[in-house]
Design a protein around this ligand. Structure first.
Ligand code: PHE
Length: 440
């Protein structure tokens, strides 16, 4: 990405929202809600978004904006020493592991798009669709081929520096995705028995809240909002000086949460109306979505359009993921004898990612492990590090202060922000960690 990438404020919002909105909202959120008892998870998730989302998105944007650097150089530039460099490494490793499984799921979406194009789901019932999914994922060469496709596309975007085009494209496509999801929700809510699904999704049952639910909700919040691994630091670095950080953060949060909620309102009523099990795991949306399209008018067109939009939503996330590792490699080797330019970094990162993808495709438990470890451990750890870094170790006010140039943040809001970074965010992450380990 070049310095000129973000021509406008809306462009930056779209890029950051493009990073946030992706498979996390449409694929992962519904299945994780389904596995964790519905409404109880939803409430804990929304609390996490309020608690962590705002302070941490702002923190990453500010780290980027103030340092003008990516996750590799930002911590050193701001602290003036190397003591926080472990955070850069953590960001880069987290990005790599996420890409390992994220590209596999993106590959499933491309696979489904190809099949939607030839109307392959027509006339299949739930059993047929379930068998179809299993068959697809057990065909290893096909899965690897379809996962490699988005890797090549993402690498091409970073290689040719055409992010501006993507940014423009998502200005049109994001609203289209929202519109499409509203239409789907409308259709699903007319199905017989859809109210049971709505109850499942929205009924809050306190007894369902366990330490595991809380941990998973926190992990999902970090994953869905792309926080704790430096993706948003990069975008902060490209922010125009006049960009209003709190406002941009709120907009990203609202958009991301809206898409996740819509995904739930589409999937759960359909799950119950079709007599399916909400706790089916990662295959949930891939079985339920084609069945929903069969119920819609213009079935073929709806399926093709939706899977196209889903693939693009996934790509705008993979671009931000790969950028973290590419920038890391290029900047880390800049002072070496053989520095790597951007293109070489793109090649090396793509090769490593391919190895990770193939491992995830061949070993199921690796797929699950990468997913779980990144969301529930690495991203919260990254966020913990960043909040301590900004909250305790950097000056907030004065000439060098993190907030000194942020006219849009009022005095009272500054106090709350710093208080959250110093106390609330670190304490909440530590308590949730200890709780899930059974220490508390
Ligand atoms: N937030 C993205 C999603 O919901 C995933 C992602 C995580 C992207 C971390 C970038 C960084 O799909």
């Amino acid at each position: 990405m070049s310095k000129t990438t973000f021509s406008s404020k809306i462009g930056l919002i779209m890029a950051a929202a493009g990073s946030a909105v992706g498979l996390g909202n449409i694929w992962k959120f519904p299945y994780i809600v389904g596995e964790n008892g519905g409404g109880a998870f939803l409430v804990v998730y929304l609390v996490c978004v309020l608690l962590f989302g705002m302070p941490l998105i702002m923190t990453e944007f500010l780290i980027g904006k103030r340092s003008g650097k990516s996750a590799y150089g930002a911590f050193r530039a701001l602290s003036g020493n190397n003591r926080w460099q472990w955070l850069s490494w953590l960001c880069m490793l987290t990005a790599l592991l996420i890409m390992g499984f994220y590209f596999v799921v993106t590959g499933w979406c491309f696979n489904y798009l190809a099949e939607a194009l030839v109307n392959a789901f027509h006339g299949m019932d739930m059993n047929g669709l379930t068998a179809h999914f299993t068959q697809m994922t057990s065909n290893l060469p096909r899965t690897i081929f379809f996962s490699a496709l988005p890797v090549v596309m993402t690498a091409a975007v970073l290689w040719f520096d055409v992010n501006k085009g993507i940014e423009r494209l998502s200005k049109i496509l994001m609203p289209l995705l929202l519109l499409m999801m509203f239409l789907m929700a409308g259709r699903v809510l007319m199905l017989d028995g859809s109210n049971i699904g709505m109850q499942f999704f929205f009924r809050f049952d306190f007894s369902q809240i366990t330490p595991k639910v809380v941990m998973e909700a926190m992990g999902q919040c970090f994953f869905s909002l792309s926080i704790g691994m430096g993706a948003l630091i990069t975008y902060g670095a490209y922010m125009p000086k006049t960009q209003d950080v709190p406002r941009t953060s709120v907009e990203v949060i609202i958009l991301d949460t809206l898409v996740a909620l819509l995904a739930g309102v589409i999937i759960f009523p359909a799950v119950f109306a079709f007599g399916f099990n909400p706790a089916e795991g990662p295959q949930l949306v891939f079985v339920v979505l084609p069945a929903i399209f069969e119920q819609m008018s213009f079935a073929w067109l709806s399926a093709v359009l939706f899977f196209t939009l889903l693939c693009i939503a996934a790509l705008t996330s993979t671009i931000s993921l790969m950028e973290v590792s590419v920038a890391f490699l290029a900047e880390a080797t800049a002072k070496l004898k053989h520095p790597m330019d951007r293109q070489k970094s793109v090649l090396i990162v793509s090769a490593v990612v391919m190895v990770l993808i193939i491992s995830c495709v061949c070993v199921d438990s690796l797929f699950d492990a990468f997913d779980e470890i990144t969301s529930c451990i690495m991203m919260p750890l990254g966020a913990l590090g960043m909040s301590l870094f900004v909250g305790w170790f950097l000056p907030q006010d004065g000439e060098k202060g993190m907030l000194s140039k942020e006219k849009a943040i009022k005095r009272w809001a500054r106090k709350i922000f710093v208080f959250f970074l110093r106390w609330i965010v670190p304490a909440a992450i530590i308590v949730i960690f200890l709780n899930s380990l059974g220490v508390l």
